[in-house]
Every structure is written in structure tokens, then in C-alpha cells.
Design a protein around this ligand. Structure first.
Ligand SMILES: [Zn+2]
Length: 207
């Protein structure tokens, strides 16, 4: 799907080359902060860090979240009106300002318009979009835009709550949690729908 994925370089061995490069740069980084690369504990660190970034934390750059989408038709009839809430979706990403993780939960509430999607697909889509350097505000909007596009719901609300380790670790504010909300469709116009959806989210939240 356009706009949601970077074009990968198809050249053979590109993945291998990228891993070698990241590993080398991790070595340089460790040297630059004053570490001794020859000590036992760091022997495998550059390679381990390179794999972690390329296979997990930054694995979303070349993946199209549309690959994980499978929607189902639901019958539409006069008078049918309801919400679907998918809550407590584990979410983790890396803050682009400090390269440190932020993590928490995403909650999605939508009013279907003939289409629904399986529970686990929401988690897959969020995993792809969050496996890139992000700020929570943009990630929330991207999740909302993507779901809005594939489900074409009458209304959509995405709530993301996350703890930012860049704040935690630097002692900025120990218990700071950021909450971001993105609204689409009917949720933008009808305040009472938002209140109801937020009630559903808060009553289904893992304490
Ligand atoms: Zn940060």
C-alpha cells in the first residue's frame, strides 16, 4: 500500500550488507563512549545489537502493513449501529529523539461500515508501524489513518498509552505516561460517541 512502506533495495545480499554496516557502527559507538571492545562482555554485543535492530526494533521499514490485513464483510441493515472495541494491544516502539523505547497499550474502537478485521491483525499492523523510529503522536495517527483506509469505518478512535523510557531513565518524570488519541469519522463530530468509546476502553483496560 502506497505511503506505508519504503521500497527495499532488491540487490542481492543487501540484508547481509546492512547487518555488517550496523554492526560496525555499533562498534564505533561503543569505542566513542569509551568502551573497551576487547572485553568479554562486549564480544558479541555489536552483532547482537545489529540483529535486534534489523530483525525487531527497526524491522518495519520494509514491511507493508497491508500484507497482514484480512477484512471480513458484515451484513449491513437499517438500524444496525454498534461499536467494535479491540483493547489492550501491546505496543512498543523506539522514540526517534533519544533512540530509547516507549511501550504500553493501544486501544481501537470503531463503528463498522460493512467491514471488520480479526483481532490479531490489529496487533500485526501496529507491530509493523511501531517497528520504526517514531514519536507516539505520529504513530497513533498512522495507526488511525491505516485502519481508516482498510476498514472504511463510520467512525474510528485510537487511544495509545505509553511509558517513555527516555523520560524515565533520565529522571525527567518517573511515572510519566503519555496518552494520545486519534479520531476519525463520526468520532470527530459526535462528542457523546467519544465519551462512550472512552468508557469502553477504560472499563476493559488491564489495571
Ligand atoms: Zn524520547
Amino acid at each position: 500500500m502506497r505511503g506505508y512502506v519504503q521500497e527495499p533495495n532488491q540487490e542481492l545480499g543487501e540484508e547481509f550488507k546492512r547487518r555488517q554496516l550496523v554492526r560496525k557502527l555499533v562498534e564505533e559507538f561503543l569505542k566513542a563512549i569509551g568502551e573497551d571492545l576487547s572485553r568479554e562482555g562486549l564480544r558479541e554485543t555489536p552483532d547482537r545489537v545489529a540483529r535486534m535492530w534489523l530483525e525487531e526494533l527497526a524491522s518495519g521499514y520494509f514491511v507493508d502493513p497491508a500484507a497482514y490485513v484480512k477484512t471480513f464483510e458484515v451484513e449491513e441493515y437499517e438500524g444496525r449501529e454498534g461499536f467494535v472495541a479491540v483493547t489492550n494491544i501491546p505496543t512498543r516502539s523506539i522514540c526517534e529523539h533519544h533512540l530509547l523505547p516507549f511501550f504500553g497499550y493501544t486501544h481501537v474502537v470503531y463503528i463498522p461500515s460493512g467491514k471488520v478485521m480479526g483481532f490479531s491483525k490489529f496487533a500485526r499492523v501496529i507491530k509493523v508501524l511501531s517497528s520504526r523510529l517514531q514519536i507516539q503522536e505520529r504513530l497513533t495517527e498512522q495507526v488511525a489513518d491505516f485502519l481508516n483506509e482498510v476498514l472504511s469505518p463510520k467512525g474510528l478512535l485510537v487511544v495509545m498509552e505509553a511509558l517513555h523510557t527516555c523520560a524515565l531513565i533520565r529522571g525527567v518524570e518517573e511515572s510519566m505516561t503519555m496518552t494520545t488519541v486519534a479520531l476519525r469519522g463520526a468520532f470527530r463530530e459526535q462528542r457523546e460517541l467519544v465519551n462512550l468509546a472512552l468508557q469502553i476502553v477504560s472499563s476493559s483496560k488491564i489495571p
